[in-house]
Design a protein around this ligand. Structure first.
Ligand SMILES: [Zn+2]
Length: 383
């Protein structure tokens, strides 16, 4: 699974005058998909071999490319285990080699350029929330990061508490309790300060808070508005007995409930926008037309559906059925899943893609979009 460290490194790659190879190879589910993978890798690398042999290019450029090809061939030689997409960024002359696995199926692609080709990568990452979770009690706090299936402890905070006051009961008790409250308030304020810093640097999308049932609500009262706006939920847990797997599960449940809510909200926004005669597209036909014109700002598509269709290789028109392209008249090329072509087109055009895991009113298969501009009338489909 891809890590944040890798993403950060990849985004900073490039420069130094040597070309960088970016490679994306999809892995379809099941054994045939895995076998097909090695063939795909070989044919993609064949496309850039001429560059590595081109005498017009500088010697160190050719050497670097040749080493890239050899390294990728070797590293991707075995059949992958999981479906998804393998992405590689390689520039041997600069000692760069990053290989990551992405959880969604993308297009195969090889790009040789001064900069890494990251659009498909960012398109996938757009769908994951970077989550900061804090487990808090009166005197301690553990701050965790959850991202792309991974959990990482960021920091542990421990403050002074009055756990075992060795006072006799009596008039002193009131003072002891006050003192304890004061210390826990101070602790909560410190934890809030740490969280503000983490969110202030732009590192996190959402916040989750966990802890003892009687302490969580008290801590939540300390959250300032900006953090409260990021809070997607809280959970109670017995910190003595809960395992990190238990906690991870609670965090994931809250984040996925939040994701589903956002998906429903996006679908509603698309429907309302379209209903009001503004920049929205609803249903697969209209959304394909919008995608054909690079008009999609935010695309919402069913995560689970595929729909056969056709594309025009001349002008990238996307259609549900084969025939002549209504734009240029050339025959369309049939594709097994035009929704997949649509998402790739939107990512290439710099739009956002959101997959819907929940059922909405965006028809079946679910597709809709917020648009950049009003669509011209759709040409009549030719069959
Ligand atoms: Zn065409």
């Amino acid at each position: 699974m891809i890590t944040q460290g890798q993403v950060d490194r990849i985004l900073q790659l490039g420069g130094n005058g040597l070309p960088l190879v970016s490679l994306y190879v999809p892995v379809a589910p099941g054994p045939p998909g895995r076998r097909e993978f090695t063939t795909r890798v070989a044919s993609l690398l064949d496309r850039i071999r001429p560059l590595a042999e081109d005498r017009e290019r500088e010697h160190d450029v050719r050497i670097s490319l040749r080493d890239d090809i050899a390294k990728i061939e070797k590293s991707l030689g075995a059949e992958p285990v999981e479906p998804g997409t393998v992405a590689v960024f390689s520039c041997s002359g600069n000692d760069v080699y990053e290989e990551v696995w992405l959880p969604r199926n993308g297009h195969e692609r090889i790009v040789v350029d001064a900069d890494p080709y990251v659009r498909p990568l960012l398109g996938v990452l757009d769908e994951y929330y970077r989550t900061c979770a804090v487990l808090v009690d009166k005197g301690t706090a553990q701050v965790w990061e959850y991202y792309l299936d991974q959990a990482r402890e960021l920091e542990a905070i421990r403050d002074r508490t009055l756990r075992k006051p060795n006072f006799a009961a009596g008039w002193a008790e009131y003072g002891v309790r006050n003192k304890a409250d004061e210390l826990s308030k101070k602790h909560y304020r410190r934890v809030v300060g740490e969280l503000k810093q983490l969110f202030g640097s732009g590192g996190y999308d959402v916040l989750v808070v966990g802890g003892h049932p009687h302490e969580v609500p008290v801590f939540l009262d300390f959250l300032p508005l900006d953090l409260r706006n990021r809070l997607v939920g809280s959970f109670t847990v017995d910190r003595e007995t809960a395992t990190s797997a238990d906690i991870k599960q609670k965090v994931q449940e809250l984040v996925s409930a939040h994701a589903h809510e956002e998906q429903r909200r996006l679908a509603d926004e698309i429907l309302q926008t379209k209903g009001a005669g503004r920049l929205g597209a609803v249903g697969l036909d209209e959304t394909l037309w919008a995608g054909s014109l690079a008009a999609v700002r935010t695309l919402a598509v069913d995560a689970g559906s595929a729909a056969p269709g056709a594309v025009c290789d001349q002008d990238r028109l996307l259609a549900r059925s084969a025939g002549a392209c209504p734009l240029c008249g050339e025959p369309l090329r049939e594709v097994p899943d035009v929704i997949d072509e649509l998402t790739e087109a939107v990512i290439d055009d710099g739009g956002e893609v959101r997959h819907l895991d929940v059922e909405t009113e965006l028809r079946t298969p679910q597709a809709g979009a917020l648009l950049r501009f009003a669509l011209p009338p759709q040409p009549t489909a030719t069959k």
